[in-house]
Ligand binder design. Structure first.
Ligand code: SF4
Length: 347
């Protein structure tokens, strides 16, 4: 009897077919045996989802068995914010980090929003408090405060408009005020300054001093060496990387934009300069493509597990339930809706 017949439920077979090519980082490898172990948890979650009229939103950076096994919506923070806005489910399970789940709660105050991981921080979101924004606003009273979506709801509530990596350049360009304070990502802020110069847009862009500990790790010299070693290599960079890295990139985009670029091009190999989960997702969707280079993982995103998704669907504990105080929500929603308005203007 083959191993497949001995261990393979239909769910295990489906997982194996989708995940067998994933070799990125700590997620893989996915053997038939491992998929057979994951399958009962996946089946439990999908049953609980139906029973509770729940929807599961998953960021690209989490382990692929979650995106493939139980994810209803998979994407970057902008897409997931839009998905959270449009869902008719009673319950949202947000498999990512807390600031994203807070955004979903702000958009859906009447729904229950659950976050499975207990380690749900983010080195950017955790770097700035509401109190610090209050001080900065006193220091820069003439500036429009633009916050990256990687901020808490309390910080968003004190800013004018929020942005994501997929719309940051267009939104900053469209803001009527020439004076911008961008927070909290220093490297993205420097890229905004450079991009405005490239576009011939005059803006005084002040920036806060925090970084994503994942994206700051890429080394420009190593990227150069890899380009020299692999002729035809396409380098894709996230705007959270440093300007020195961006200078070596063939394409700069959000994770969603990188996925689109991969679908639209046919290069001998790709180097994805973002959290390694994106390479895993790309290996699921595009098994014929070759990915090289370092695999840098986000400990916060990778702390999400199928077991925790099942746990919160069965019996959430108090700190699994995302709450945002009504006054904070009102302010954060104004900031988030300003993003949607600007993004719609951009088309
Ligand atoms: S990859 Fe960086 S920005 Fe994204 S959640 Fe992790 S620490 Fe935050």
């Amino acid at each position: 009897m083959s191993t497949a017949t001995a261990t393979g439920s239909p769910t295990a077979e489906r997982l194996y077919e989708k995940l067998r090519n994933v070799a990125a980082g700590t997620s893989g490898p996915y053997s038939r045996e491992r998929c057979a172990e994951l399958a009962p948890v996946v089946d439990d979650i999908n049953r609980l989802k139906r029973e509770r009229n729940a929807v599961i939103l998953v960021h690209y950076y989490v382990h692929p068995e979650i995106t493939v096994g139980v994810g209803d919506f998979v994407g970057d923070s902008y897409k997931l914010a839009k998905d959270a806005k449009s869902t008719t489910a009673d319950l949202i399970v947000f498999v990512a980090v807390r600031f994203m789940a807070e955004t979903a709660k702000c958009l859906n105050p009447e729904k229950t929003v659950l976050i499975p991981s207990k380690l749900n921080g983010c080195s950017l979101a955790d770097a700035i408090s509401a109190e610090r924004v209050r001080q900065l606003r006193q220091q820069f009273p003439q500036h429009t405060f633009v916050c990256y979506i990687n901020t808490s709801a309390a910080v968003k509530a004190l800013c004018d408009v929020c942005v994501t990596s997929s719309n940051v350049y267009d939104i900053v360009q469209r803001i009527e005020n020439d004076r911008i304070y961008f927070l909290p990502d220093k490297l993205m802020g420097e890229n905004v300054q450079d991009e405005m110069k490239r576009r011939g847009v005059r803006k005084d862009v002040q920036i806060f001093d925090a970084t994503c500990y994942v994206h700051q790790q890429y080394d420009p010299e190593r990227v150069q060496r890899l380009k020299a070693k692999h002729p035809g290599l396409k380098v894709l960079s996230h705007p959270e990387c440093s300007p020195e890295i961006i200078a070596h990139a063939d394409h700069v985009a959000s994770t969603k934009g990188m996925m689109q670029y991969l679908r639209d091009t046919d290069a001998p190999a790709y180097l994805l300069l973002t959290e390694c989960g994106l390479a895993g997702r790309a290996q699921v969707e595009m098994p014929g493509k070759t990915f090289i280079g370092p695999c840098v993982e986000c400990r916060y995103m990778k702390s999400n597990s199928l077991q925790d998704v099942r746990r919160v669907l069965r019996a959430p504990e108090a700190d699994d339930i995302v709450e945002v105080a009504p006054d904070v929500r009102q302010g954060a929603l104004r900031c988030i809706n300003a993003m949607f308005r600007y993004a719609e203007m951009a088309g």
